[in-house]
Design a protein around this ligand. Structure first.
Ligand SMILES: [Zn+2]
Length: 220
C-alpha cells in the first residue's frame, strides 16, 4: 500500500482513524496535524487559497468566488481574513518619492462614504501604506506619518488642504499631472476589485473585509 506523505513537510504520516464518511485520516508526527489524502469539500484542498486570491484580483466578488469554487460565502470571507492576517506591509526604502491619494467607496450601505488613502512608491510602484476611513486629518495622518518616517525625497498629492498641515513644505508638491501614476492605480483598483467597481450593487459590507481585500491585493 502507498504510504501517505504529509502535505506540509513530506514526512510519512501514520493512520489516524476514519472520517464520518469512512475515509482514512492520517496524522503527521512532525507537524502534529491530522489530514486526509483527498478531500471532498473544495475549501479543504491545498491550492484553494491561491485560487481564491487569483479570482479576487480578477474582479470576482465574494459570492461569485463562492459559486465558482463551490465553497460557502462564509468560508470565502473567513479565508480572506485569515490570508490577510499573515500579510505585512513591505519595508520602506529611504529617500524615495511617493504619491499619496484618496479614493472614495462605500462601507455598510451606499450612503456611508469611506475613503481609501494610500501611498505609492513611484519607482517600484509598490503601495507602502494604506488606511480606510473618513476624509479627515486623523485618517490621512496614518499614511503620511509612515511615509515621512522613511525620509522621502518628495511627496506628491492633490490640492486637498489637509495635506498642507501634514507634510513639510519643502518636500510637498501639488503640481498638476504630478499624481498621474496613483490616479491610474485608482482605476486599476476599481477594475480589479469587485467591491470597488462603480455603478454596481457591489460594495463592502464591513470595513474589516475591505481592509483584508486591499491587503491581499497590495501585498500578496
Ligand atoms: Zn508534516
Amino acid at each position: 500500500m502507498k504510504k501517505m506523505k504529509c502535505k506540509k513537510c513530506s514526512q510519512i504520516c501514520v493512520k489516524n482513524g476514519k472520517t464520518q464518511q469512512g475515509r482514512q485520516r492520517y496524522y503527521c508526527r512532525l507537524c502534529k496535524e491530522s489530514q486526509q489524502a483527498e478531500y471532498i469539500y473544495e475549501a479543504c484542498k491545498t491550492n484553494t487559497n491561491s485560487k481564491l486570491v487569483k479570482l479576487l484580483k480578477e474582479g470576482c466578488g465574494v459570492r461569485s468566488i463562492s459559486r465558482i469554487l463551490d465553497i460557502s460565502p462564509k468560508t470565502v470571507n473567513r479565508r480572506l481574513l485569515s490570508i490577510s492576517n499573515d500579510l505585512r506591509a513591505p519595508l520602506i526604502k529611504r529617500g524615495n518619492s511617493y504619491e499619496i491619494d484618496e479614493m472614495c467607496t462605500y462601507v455598510g450601505s451606499k450612503t456611508k462614504r469611506r475613503y481609501i488613502a494610500y501611498a505609492l512608491d513611484i519607482k517600484s510602484k509598490e503601495v507602502v501604506s494604506f488606511v480606510v476611513g473618513t476624509r479627515t486629518k486623523k485618517t490621512l495622518e496614518h499614511v503620511t506619518s509612515t511615509v515621512l518616517l522613511s525620509n522621502p525625497k518628495q511627496i506628491f498629492t492633490d490640492k486637498l488642504n489637509i495635506y498642507k498641515s501634514l507634510l513639510p513644505e519643502e518636500i510637498h508638491c501639488t503640481k498638476q499631472y504630478s499624481i498621474n501614476h496613483i490616479e491610474r492605480m485608482n482605476l486599476t483598483l476599481r477594475t480589479h476589485l469587485k467591491r470597488l467597481n462603480r455603478r454596481t450593487i457591489c460594495y463592502s459590507k464591513s470595513s474589516l473585509m475591505l481592509v483584508a481585500c486591499l491587503k491581499i491585493y497590495f501585498w500578496y
